[in-house]
Design a binder for this molecule. Structure first.
Ligand SMILES: NC(=O)c1ccc[n+]([C@@H]2O[C@H](COP(=O)([O-])OP(=O)(O)OC[C@H]3O[C@@H](n4cnc5c(N)ncnc54)[C@H](OP(=O)(O)O)[C@@H]3O)[C@@H](O)[C@H]2O)c1
Length: 276
């Protein structure tokens, strides 16, 4: 199984992330919609998945497992045990299992499905819904290089993806998994600040969001260090350096350290089963 185009991709859980992934894979021409199959306990989620992606709907997880070459587990973490109950003893050697559930370590899947299962654990983020995800993945069980390449290709159809060792998955969760929320708060704050200095709300929000988008694009496309790009905007005695001075005084950098550290720690706690 080296060619995604000839794989049947099965999704257990056909919610938001499964729909976004399947839609991205189909839109990128990586897989034909006939090769997508999914199931969901919610009939409306299944219906919406099918309409959005063109994929087929199966009656239950066992049927998806039977049909799939690549089996994507896309239920919420609290529903994963029930799914693993169904899948235990059913996974074939020729199948690749991909889980996108936050927080559950690979050892848990291997314990339930067998140590020899080919397993990839993925941490995507919600911009997956608009084809701009930042995902990290880690490879375990009997999964090899070809499996890693296949998952990388799948994830790149909805954004950027990179491989990390499993012990970095909590840090990935703290940075890119939770990160969209930090950036939304920053955009909202910029918008509020724009309104404070007299801009109409709709203009302020659009300018704020486009500024974040443009700056991110500059970092990604020029390959320049963010500090060099920042220096290029800040002319001596100008407006930007005055703004930067105020940002530094307000502790923006420290706030970023604290946010990523707190979310990483929370991911570690959730992985240990500490729910509160
Ligand atoms: N959204 C994110 O930001 C994000 C980021 C990274 C990773 N993830 C991970 O992605 C996974 C899916 O998240 P999501 O936001 O797509 O969730 P979602 O929209 O709630 O989709 C999950 C779907 O699975 C269904 N389901 C529950 N138990 C099932 C079972 N036994 N068999 C089949 N279907 C079942 C749910 O139905 P009901 O609603 O009726 O329970 C729901 O329709 C989660 O594990 C999450 O940790 C999400």
């Amino acid at each position: 199984m080296t060619n995604l185009a000839t794989c049947t991709i099965g999704f257990i859980g056909a919610g938001r992330m499964a729909t976004a992934l399947a839609k991205g894979i189909v839109a990128a021409g990586v897989v034909e919609p006939e090769r997508i199959i999914a199931c969901d306990v919610s009939a409306s989620a299944a219906e919406s998945f099918s309409q959005t992606t063109g994929g087929r709907i199966a009656g239950d997880a066992a049927a998806v497992c039977e049909a799939a070459d690549v089996l994507v587990l896309a239920v919420k973490p609290q529903h994963m045990e029930a799914v693993l109950d169904t899948l235990a003893g059913r996974i074939r050697d020729d199948q690749l299992v991909v889980t996108i559930a936050a927080g559950i370590p690979m050892a848990r899947y291997l314990q339930r499905l067998g140590e020899g299962v080919r397993l990839v654990r993925v941490m995507p983020n919600t911009p997956c819904l608009v084809g701009a995800s930042a995902s990290a993945f880690t490879v375990g069980g009997s999964a090899g290089e070809q499996d890693a390449r296949l998952v990388q290709r799948m994830l790149e159809s909805v954004g950027a993806a990179g491989r990390v060792p499993e012990d970095l998955m909590d840090a990935v969760t703290g940075l890119s998994g939770s990160g969209p929320a930090y950036v939304y708060v920053f955009i909202e704050a910029l918008s509020d600040a724009g309104v404070r200095v007299g801009l109409p709300r709709d203009i302020a929000t659009r300018l704020a969001a486009q500024t974040v988008f443009g700056a991110a694009k500059m970092v990604l496309e020029t390959g320049q260090h963010p500090a060099a790009l920042k220096d290029a905007v800040a002319s001596p005695g100008g407006t930007t350096i005055a703004g930067l001075e105020a940002l530094e005084r307000s502790g923006l950098r420290t706030a970023a350290y604290e946010a990523v550290r707190a979310a990483t720690q929370r991911s570690i706690e959730l992985g240990r089963g500490e729910r509160h």
